[in-house]
Design a protein around this ligand. Structure first.
Ligand code: MLT
Length: 246
């Protein structure tokens, strides 16, 4: 099983994802939000690339059925119901709702991966669950780090390295690494005992802390606190099989 990691989103351009499971990671904060929202019982999430697209899609649904969610420059978008803070996505707020979501980098990275036969959304929260699901599928794996405005984001690379490490353990070392996956794994191994600190000193971590989202940065570093595996299929993110009850 070959595991590749795109450390910057530009690497994805022109890639063919045939026979490949793609895992999209945006630790701060889109994938952590999505994992929490699916865990807390939202009906589905529709990731969009722009505010306009989110608004257009919402017109097809009755107002009680959906919530508009997402951020621009870290803040909730004007007129939207929720921002992009994982802590906002409580069961009371989102259970049974359709979430129409747009974020600066995360939802775009998910959409880019749409040609892959299976697209998983992962973060530290569901690291082991995602790795177990991907290992079961048995195909090659391509991990996409959503990054930050087209640039490398260390928190996504650290998390990708955690995925590579766990996949290696699950397959008794039967993985073929690339320079991307090897680099991510080495990075993870240097900071795995101090993930919260590593996230807080990341560029985007600092931005979020300065904007008042310190708690979001802290909670994003929790490892394996849920068993859900969100998958992106036909334009919708839902829980893989019965992973929500795991
Ligand atoms: C993104 O998709 O760019 C992020 O999740 C930004 C954030 O809300 O921290």
């Amino acid at each position: 099983m070959r595991i590749d990691v795109a450390l910057v989103p530009q690497e994805i351009e022109g890639k063919s994802f045939e026979n490949t499971t793609v895992i999209v990671i945006d630790v701060l904060r889109a994938s952590t939000c999505i994992v929490n929202a699916i865990t807390n019982g939202c009906d589905e999430i529709i990731p969009t690339v722009s505010v306009e697209e989110a608004m257009d899609i919402s017109r097809a649904y009755s107002r009680d059925d959906y919530l508009l969610c997402g951020e621009r420059k870290n803040e909730k978008i004007d007129g939207f119901d929720l921002g992009n803070s994982p802590l906002e996505f409580t069961e009371e707020r989102i259970k049974g709702k359709k979430l129409i979501m747009t974020t600066t980098n995360g939802t775009k990275a998910i959409r880019i991966a749409k040609t892959a036969p299976c697209v998983i959304i992962g973060g530290f929260w569901n690291l082991s669950a995602c790795c177990e699901a991907a290992a079961r599928l048995g195909t090659n794996i391509f991990i996409i780090c959503a990054g930050q405005n087209g640039r490398y984001a260390i928190e996504d690379a650290i998390c990708a390295g955690g995925f590579v490490k766990r996949l290696g353990a699950l397959t008794n070392g039967e993985i073929e690494e690339t320079d991307g996956s090897r680099t991510a794994r080495h990075l993870y191994e240097t900071v795995c005992d101090s993930l919260a600190e590593a996230l807080a000193e990341a560029d985007h971590g600092k931005d979020l802390i300065n904007a008042g989202f310190e708690e979001d940065v802290k909670v994003a570093a929790r490892v394996d606190c849920v068993g859900v595996v969100p998958v992106f299929r036909d334009g919708h993110i839902v829980a893989m099989d019965d992973s929500r009850s795991a």
